[in-house]
Design a protein around this ligand. Structure first.
Ligand SMILES: Cc1ncc(COP(=O)(O)O)c(C=O)c1O
Length: 402
């Protein structure tokens, strides 16, 4: 049964307070492992039997990756960078697709020297210019063949409007087929996969009753219908050139839609595992907040205001209030308009300020999933109502994503 939204953060806050003497200095990262597991199951249920490739940038913690890869329905990793993929490969991870093009010359040279890594890591390409760049760094005659995933532009175009991420220039099925033929002809490259990430469906929340929400739902209905046809045609066109091992699509916010596309063989997802603040704004996405951070109250500038140290961990993307952290516990607090969430300190106002003492912890959720892990070295892992473990994040592991 899903606990009430407040019951769980209260338990987590208690666990933290009880463990306080054994913890180092705050801020603390906190992972509700029951929620992680529940979310993992919910994502696979939505994927309707298609495997989920874990989007690592949304996780950034190897123990969580291990947990997911040991769960039915999860297979392979979609990494943010090539150097991350190489690092993970060196630590025993297999079936890695780098989700974004790489111009990291050092990482490309390391890849070229490592035959086993070349066999397990797939690179992302969408233009001959990128192939030229790669060849200039690691000429084809001096390296093993590179595995290539071709990326299709899955955005939605309405007249002059471009809605979705600016990623690949390959929009039409004939452009996609032609680039597949280019890769096929180039010495030293083996086209093996296809990816089409529909950011405007997977990464744009659709909840609420505002004019924006109605506009988003209208856009998403139109985009879904258009992409379903175009992706089927683009994959069919590519199949005239090579038989893809995988066709990857989606993200947490689009899983049922993406899974219903007959050409898609696997879904990429990660954020839904932590269910950060932005993911509470989606309709029909019953996930449990799983990742939190806690900052201490350090002063009381007024009876109904407490100020916590730091806490202003604002998410990337188009700046706006939705990029701010969510105050998870206690509930009766809000940001002060003129200060919002600050770097050094964050004042919080509201009735629950009176219940907090200096040194007490306030629980927050980051708006986005993986970015939290760039702020903390480890998660305090809570199972049930017990503090069970410490899991290093990528940052705690020394694994830098850049
Ligand atoms: C290529 C690609 N696939 C999938 C995702 C979705 O991941 P998530 O489930 O974390 O939203 C992303 C995230 O940005 C992405 O860039």
């Amino acid at each position: 049964m899903t606990p009430s939204p407040l019951a769980r953060p209260r338990v987590l806050q208690n666990v933290l307070h009880e463990a306080r003497a054994t913890l180092g200095a705050p801020p603390y990262g906190l992972l509700d492992l029951d929620a992680v597991r529940s979310n993992a199951r919910e994502l696979t249920r939505r994927a309707q039997g298609k495997p989920i490739r874990v989007a690592t940038k949304s996780i950034r913690c190897r123990a969580v990756l291990d947990e997911l890869l040991a769960t039915d329905g999860y297979r392979g990793l979609l990494t943010l960078t090539l150097s991350e993929a190489l690092e993970l490969h060196a630590r025993g991870y297999r079936d890695l697709v780098v989700g974004y093009p790489s111009t990291d010359q050092d990482a490309l040279r390391r890849l070229a020297r490592d035959e086993a890594a070349c066999a397990d890591i797939t690179l992302m390409f969408d233009s001959a210019e990128q192939l030229d760049f790669t060849d200039a760094v690691i000429p084809p005659e001096r390296r093993p063949e590179l595995r290539v995933c071709l990326e299709l532009d899955a955005s939605w175009k309405a007249g002059p409007l471009h809605i979705g991420a600016r990623r690949s220039p390959l929009f039409r099925p004939d452009q996609f087929r032609s680039f597949a033929a280019t890769v096929q002809r180039r010495p030293g490259y083996a086209p093996v996969g296809v990816m089409a990430y529909e950011a405007q469906l997977a990464g744009v929340y659709d909840g609420g009753h505002t004019p924006r929400a109605y506009g988003v739902r209208w856009m998403q209905r139109a985009s879904r219908a258009e992409l379903l046809e175009r992706r089927v045609a683009a994959v069919a066109a590519v199949k005239q050139v090579f038989e893809p091992e995988f066709v990857n699509g989606g993200g947490t916010g689009s899983i049922p839609y993406t899974a219903a596309d007959p050409q898609v063989t696997e879904i990429a997802a990660g954020s839904g595992i932590y269910a950060p603040g932005l993911f509470s704004r989606y309709r029909d996405l019953p996930l449990r907040p799983a990742a939190f951070y806690a900052c201490p109250v350090v002063r009381r500038p007024a009876p109904d205001i407490v100020t916590v140290a730091g806490a202003g961990w604002v998410a990337s993307g188009v700046p706006g209030p939705d990029r701010l952290p969510t105050i998870a516990y206690p509930p009766g607090l809000h940001f002060v308009v003129n200060e919002s969430a600050g770097e050094a300190q964050t004042p919080l106002q509201g009735s629950d300020a009176r219940t907090l003492a200096i040194g007490d912890l306030v629980l927050f959720r980051h708006a986005k999933a993986g970015e939290l892990c760039e702020r903390i070295n480890e998660f305090i892992v809570v199972t049930g109502d017990t503090d069970t473990d410490r899991w290093p994040t990528y940052r705690g592991d020394g694994l830098v994503l850049q």
